[in-house]
Design a protein around this ligand. Structure first.
Ligand SMILES: [Zn+2]
Length: 405
């Protein structure tokens, strides 16, 4: 057992290694493999049985993107995973599905705005949530074959794309709504050049197990990949740090009546969540063995509380967690949070806890997925408190000697 000081020092080291020394680590990239290896080494050092669960993915690189009409240049960013292009064509402005059904787009660049750019369109092959009208828009675009797409940004603060889909093959870029309006009014042809590359790659989940022959198990998960362009301290070096710290805490404890599985997921921030799908395909049939799944994402934000959201838990179990909460001054209950890796389990009726920061929802557009997501935002003391809280929940089960849920 380490001292509090030693744990805090290690927590800082893990966060620094993942988010500063390794830095951005999109699924399938070289940095993603460095993070995978770091996690694997520590889990093995802490006497867990470690497996890499591999899957195919795309490693996407981007270079410069330029957009101009005549002498006017506009700021544009490629949609993540966009194919490259270098072309000049006339613009066709489309604002809703009815217009899209009517229009002829062959040889043109389509500029989408208005109703069509109110929310991100789910990737074609995204399995968990895929509304019909998204699929209809994508199907119409593929049938009408514009040579490229421009989309008005979903945010006024910075350029937020509508498309993020490595299975969608029409090159696309995002511009501000202000520039989209100027471009829409011009009748000059527009020149769009996107420099990018899709490369076939391999990614892996890191799965660590202790006492894996036990019929019942507790599963703690956290994703370790990031979006491109962010060092991902809160999202989600902190969650991975909880896994690594728990492995340290359980290093010399022998479990008898329950197995412990620590899963570092890869691909929560990748368009088709391939790590989560691989895990579900391989182990979905055994989810009835899971007493409790705990997912950690975005916890430990400075000047915030640790937010715990319970899903699919019995009233009895909720009462037990409430009684544990009282011993932790920085833990607060949140209403169910229907996004993230924990939904894998909650959707299959596995009792599930999602752990994050109560104030993180205010940072979604400004910090999370941007270069501002840095270790200085993290309070290591809160990360340690989350680890003790999870450990306490596991102890509760042991003391009462009955399944907790
Ligand atoms: Zn995340």
């Amino acid at each position: 057992m380490q001292t509090r000081h030693q744990y805090l020092k290690q927590i800082q080291q893990h966060i620094r290694e993942l988010s500063v020394n390794i830095g951005e680590r999109p699924t399938g990239s070289a940095a993603n493999h460095r993070a995978e290896n770091y996690i694997k080494q520590i889990l093995m050092r802490n006497k867990f049985q470690v497996d890499l669960q591999k899957f195919n993915c795309i490693d996407w690189e981007k270079g410069e993107t330029t957009l101009s009409t005549g002498a006017t240049r506009f700021r544009a960013e490629p949609s993540p995973y966009s194919l490259p292009c270098d072309l000049q064509a006339n613009i066709e402005v489309i604002e809703n599905i009815a217009q899209l059904e009517q229009v002829d787009l062959s040889g043109k660049i389509a500029l989408l705005r208005g109703e069509l750019t109110q929310e991100p369109l789910m990737p074609k092959n995204f399995r968990f949530y895929n509304p019909e009208h998204h699929q209809k828009i994508i199907g119409l675009l593929e049938a009408k074959k514009p040579i490229a797409l421009l989309t008005a940004s979903l945010s006024d603060a910075h350029l937020v794309p509508v498309f993020e889909d490595g299975d969608f093959d029409i090159p696309s870029a995002v511009v501000s709504t202000y520039d989209a309006n100027i471009i829409a009014q011009s009748d000059l042809p527009i020149h769009l050049k996107i420099t990018s590359r899709r490369q076939q790659a391999i990614g892996a989940n890191v799965i660590a197990r202790k006492n894996q022959t036990s019929q019942n198990k507790l599963v703690v998960t956290a994703h370790f990949d990031t979006k491109p362009g962010t060092s991902g301290a809160l999202d989600n070096a902190v969650g991975v740090t909880v896994l690594l710290t728990l492995s340290e805490m359980f290093k010399d404890i022998s479990l008898t009546d329950v197995g412990l599985e620590l899963v570092a997921f890869n691909g929560e921030d990748y368009f088709s969540t391939p790590g989560q799908i691989s895990y579900l395909d391989a182990y979905g049939g055994e989810f009835d063995r899971i007493n409790l799944a705990v997912n950690c994402d975005g916890l430990g934000l400075n000047n915030s509380k640790i937010g715990v959201s319970l899903m699919e838990c019995s009233d009895n179990y909720v009462a037990q967690v409430d009684s544990i909460n009282q011993a932790f001054s920085n833990i607060e209950k949140l209403s169910p949070w229907y996004q993230g890796d924990h939904m894998l389990f909650a959707a299959a009726q596995v009792p599930t806890l999602a752990i994050t920061s109560t104030e993180i929802f205010n940072l979604m557009d400004t910090v999370i997925h941007t270069k501002h997501d840095q270790p200085s935002l993290v309070d290591p003391g809160l990360v340690l408190e989350a680890c003790f809280f999870i450990k306490e929940i596991m102890n509760l089960r042991k003391e009462q000697n009955t399944p907790i849920c």
